[in-house]
Design a protein around this ligand. Structure first.
Ligand code: SF4
Length: 248
């Protein structure tokens, strides 16, 4: 059976989404509406390009030598809108000895994600806030599915990196960061937590698409704000790093 998926684009030598040099696939379609989204053109499930797993694997294998110390990351959009496609791509990557990483918001169910995790080496879990009201304000969705996935990944000892976007006046409340730090400190599968400073580099895409960009006036997260946030995580014993200024 030929499995197909819808993708927005690929990046052949990415360095921001998991360890080493990676072939990154951005899937099309996302149920969230993050205020700071860098890829608002990934939202609609009907957009993007249809591709078969085999076509994608042929493309990936052209870069096998470059990504031998990295691997393949499937990001989005939200990859878990296409679990069968992601599973099949990862299954074939593993067959070819390629490391696999799933970048997800966690807005899914354990039932859907289980078969995908069978062929996933690393999960990049974006926890966009810890206070449920803030999470809803940022994403328009509920936080609980993400926390449920985080707990499940801990239970099955799946290596996981947590990513948190620091947005001034939105996600930077002390209570929000401390809550996330306390939660992550209870999970022993977390290899690292990346604090990603908000910036305005994606705003032009919102304008091009005619979407209303609510963070127009929001300043970028300053180095001091980033280091204060890092210190909160450090104090809880979380392996924290300052990530590149991207907003997932
Ligand atoms: S930031 Fe990621 S999860 Fe949020 S809307 Fe954009 S693609 Fe979806």
């Amino acid at each position: 059976m030929t499995v197909t998926g819808r993708i927005h684009s690929v990046e052949t030598c990415g360095t921001l989404d998991g360890p080493g040099l990676r072939f990154v696939i951005f899937t099309q379609g996302c149920p969230l509406r993050c205020l700071y989204c860098h890829n608002p053109d990934c939202r609609e499930v009907t957009g993007g390009t249809e591709i078969t797993v085999d076509e994608l694997i042929t493309e990936i294998l052209k870069y096998k030598n470059y990504i031998k110390n990295g691997g393949v990351t499937i990001s989005g959009g939200e990859p878990m809108l296409q679990p069968e496609f992601v599973r099949e791509v990862f299954r074939k990557c593993k067959k070819n000895g390629i490391h696999t990483a799933l970048d997800t918001s966690g807005f899914t169910t354990i039932e859907l994600v289980k078969p995908v995790l069978e062929f996933t080496d690393l999960v990049l879990l974006d926890i966009k806030s810890f206070i449920p009201e803030t999470y809803r304000k940022v994403t328009s969705k509920d936080l609980e599915p993400t926390l449920k996935l985080a707990r499940y990944l801990h239970e099955i000892h799946k290596p996981t990196w947590v990513r948190f976007v620091l947005v001034p006046d939105l996600t930077d409340a002390d209570e929000n960061i401390r809550g996330l730090a306390d939660f992550v400190a209870t999970l022993d599968n977390i290899e690292r937590l990346e604090v990603l400073p908000f910036h305005q580099m994606g705003s032009y895409k919102w304008e091009e698409l005619g979407y209303d960009y609510a963070l127009k006036e929001t300043p970028p997260a300053s180095p001091t704000q980033v280091s204060n946030t890092i210190n909160i995580f450090k104090a809880k014993g979380v392996p924290v790093f300052a990530g590149a200024a991207i907003a997932l």
